[in-house]
Write a protein that binds this ligand. Structure first.
Ligand code: CU
Length: 468
């Protein structure tokens, strides 16, 4: 297998109007061209080992009875994605981590008017960076994401990077009752604290899936934490491998191979690419696990299939660097942003995009008044082309994966830990942590800046940064 990509599992799109949806271990070929997506209500059968098999009603996807497909684009090639809203509620689509023109960013009121029922919005952009990204609505966000509408967006390198197989892994929880039906995904108690956790953890909408991979082969695993709340604490199997990319971009500073004793935390919105050398003997299995509360559960199992390909990790060239402008840290201006509580009886005015009637959170002690409020100024205005250090200060005991749209940044230092200096779009702030991040403000526009625990975002922990 070479540059012509074969995809595992949960479906893929690439060609005009082509939506391939399939379960199990089917391999699908992606083709190029305009992509048509249509949201819809659907159901899905979750097989839960030891619990049973239930068809859950009331889910939202872009395919029938299947998870949203993996969308594959090519670095430097213009993409056209026609998003049709098949739901009664309004929506938009956001392309998390992609450095694109502001008008294509999918943030309601800030960059576009929400998409109404049966309306189509055409997103067109040229992704400058290769890597693992994802997409999700930014209007009625909590409802639509919690019910299923999160998918991987893969931007392929134009050149073959040498893997035998590419395995997208969409990590997402659902909150189901004993009959497998949806329970409320927003709770005021959760929203005011760490968020409301699901109880059924899935990978590509499957519980503990097993995927066939070539024996002795080199596989690229693309983990994406697309849950609205959960911070995944991952442990990897004891086989040859390394973490090759973080939040889309090739790692420049090493990230240690995680174990059950020292798990790797992947917060909502974050991604990680892993290169793994599959064992030689057919039928052998290796499992990636996660710590869920007090129990250790399987996230995905890979099963070696066929005669060994006898590949070697040393055959992999480093991933090509993405064209990111290095910030000029020595001359960067410092701006502080504080994340904390602001209990308030009122909810945000999100117009057509949903509100829960509570405000618990704030940035710089001002809660986001809502997507639809006019005349709300930016949290900061950055001069186009200049470098900045943003000092992110978490004044709360809860963790916040802070996401900046349209730009990427590099962590410089923390008051609590050693942070690898890898480019990212989402940084997980620990309790009372202060992190300095550096960026070059080279993409003009109003860029949403918010917590990716969606209950936090929707109850005040949001705003935007202007680059002009
Ligand atoms: Cu948060």
């Amino acid at each position: 297998m070479n540059r012509r990509q074969f995809l595992l599992g949960s479906g893929a799109v690439g060609a005009a109007g082509l939506t391939l949806a399939a379960g199990g271990s089917q391999f699908l070929a992606a083709e190029r061209g305009p992509i048509s997506l249509r949201s819809r209500m659907t159901s899905h059968v979750f097989n839960r080992p030891g619990v049973g098999s239930f068809e859950t009603q009331g889910l939202i996807s872009l395919a029938d009875k299947a998870p949203p497909p993996v969308v594959r684009l090519t670095q430097g090639e213009r993409a056209v994605i026609r998003m049709t809203n098949g739901l009664e509620d309004y929506t938009t689509m956001h392309w998390h981590g992609i450095r694109l023109p502001n008008a294509m960013d999918g943030v309601p009121y800030l960059t576009q008017f929400p998409i109404g029922q049966d309306e189509t919005f055409e997103y067109a952009y040229t992704p400058p960076d290769a890597g693992t990204y994802w997409y999700h609505p930014h209007c009625m966000t909590m409802n639509q994401m919690a019910l299923g509408l999160t998918g991987l967006l893969i931007v392929e390198e134009p050149e073959d990077v040498g893997f035998d197989l590419d395995v997208p892994l969409n990590l997402k929880d659902f909150r189901l009752d004993a009959e497998g039906q949806l329970r409320p995904f927003f709770t005021p108690r959760g929203a005011a604290r760490g968020g409301t956790l699901g109880n059924v953890s899935t990978t590509n909408w499957s519980v503990e899936p097993i995927y066939d991979v070539p024996s002795g082969g080199l596989v690229r695993l693309r983990f994406a934490a697309t849950d609205t709340t959960r911070i995944y604490k991952l442990a990897f199997p004891d086989v040859p491998g390394r973490i090759i990319a973080w939040d889309g971009h090739p790692v420049e500073e090493n990230i240690a191979w995680p174990t059950a004793d020292k798990p790797l935390w992947l917060g909502p919105g974050q991604r990680m690419d892993v290169a793994l050398r599959v064992p030689d003997s057919e039928g052998s299995e290796v499992s990636f696990t996660g710590q869920f509360g007090t129990s250790q559960r399987t996230v995905v199992t890979l099963r070696a299939t066929g005669a060994s390909r006898r590949r070697d990790l040393a055959e992999l060239k480093p991933l090509p660097r993405n064209p990111i402008a290095e910030p000029d840290v020595a001359n960067a201006e410092i701006r502080q942003l504080v994340f904390g509580w602001t209990p308030d009886g009122k909810g945000a005015n999100n117009g057509l995009c949903g509100s829960y009637g509570y405000t618990f959170w704030s940035i710089d002690r001002s809660p986001w008044p809502g997507d639809a409020v006019e005349g709300v100024g930016p949290l900061a205005t950055l001069e186009l082309g200049k470098s900045y250090i943003l000092r992110l200060k978490n004044e709360s005991p809860n963790l916040h994966p802070i996401h900046l749209h349209g730009l990427v940044f590099k962590p410089l230092r923390s008051n609590q830990r050693q942070l690898p200096g890898n480019y990212t779009d989402t940084i997980l702030l620990m309790k009372n942590e202060v992190v300095d991040i550096a960026l070059k403000a080279d993409n003009p526009g109003d860029w949403a800046f918010h917590c990716h625990v969606i209950e936090h975002q929707k109850t005040g922990l949001a705003g935007y940064i202007r680059v002009a």
